[in-house]
Design a protein around this ligand. Structure first.
Ligand SMILES: [Fe+2]
Length: 256
């Protein structure tokens, strides 16, 4: 039913609230309680500031319309419902226009700490808060802008850039590193793994090939580090500007 509703949703129209079952609300409560313990210690300062703008509390799974009310007043992002995983080209294109596609279904109650696919907990706790931060917003939008008109090889590279920043990025803060990637922020195990220092750290360089994306055992073997969101946004803007349009989209310069 959620997938059907998402398919029919049109830009600019209200998103119908989802009625979560008591079991699903209990799953939300369980994950929220666990993450609230670790996030103040390991999430970046921008995330913690933005988190306070949202009314995340036990007993009620937040609705996408509530998220949009906050985002519209801060950075102008819109969260849109999506039926499931999208083609990367379409997902990335949405980012260029400050549209973030979000699932609404809840992970299975038998495994509150695990979801094989993005679910509403991952989207709300992991992705939504930072979209209210201006510098982070520019960073994400730069990835989307780079995807417009890009060839398939570049789309694949940008998917990795997205993966190693928006999903699993870390940022320097106070002599250490803090999490800003949604895959870390929404996972108790990944947060503990990052904090343990077991993973390798490398500066992000979008101009060079990035390693294969892996999700073995749910934990990353290395994280890519940004000096700040401003520095990351500047780097990604430079990368986007460096991309030549593919032959098929170029105008005929001789006629100009
Ligand atoms: Fe995600």
């Amino acid at each position: 039913m959620l997938a059907e509703r998402a398919k029919q949703h049109q830009i600019g129209t209200a998103i119908t609230d989802v009625e979560y079952t008591p079991e699903e609300v209990a799953t939300w409560n369980a994950v929220l309680a666990q993450l609230r313990e670790l996030l103040p210690r390991h999430a970046c300062r921008e995330y913690l500031r933005c988190l306070s703008l949202f009314d995340f509390r036990p007993g009620k799974v937040p609705q996408l319309e509530e998220m949009n009310a906050v985002l519209q007043c801060s950075t102008g992002w819109t969260v849109r419902p999506v039926a499931g995983l999208m083609h990367p080209r379409h997902f990335l294109a949405g980012l260029a226009f400050k549209h973030f596609h979000s699932t609404q279904y809840m992970r299975h109650p038998s495994k509150p700490n695990y979801t094989p696919e993005p679910d509403v907990v991952h989207e709300l706790i992991g992705h939504v808060p930072l979209l209210a931060d201006p510098a982070y917003s520019q960073l994400v939008q730069a990835i989307g802008a780079a995807s417009l008109g890009a060839d398939d090889k570049t789309i694949w590279h940008l998917t990795k850039v997205y993966w190693y920043t928006v999903e699993f990025g870390v940022v320097r803060e106070g002599g250490g590193i803090k999490a800003f990637g949604a895959g870390i922020l929404s996972s108790y195990g990944e947060l503990e793994h990052m904090a343990s220092g077991a993973a390798a750290l490398e500066p992000l360089d979008p101009f060079r090939p990035l390693p294969k994306m892996s999700y073995k055992d749910g934990y990353q073997s290395r994280y890519f580090v940004l000096d700040s969101f401003e520095a990351g946004a500047s780097l990604l803007h430079s990368y986007a500007a460096s991309l030549a349009l593919p032959e098929s989209l170029r105008g005929d310069a001789s006629q100009a």
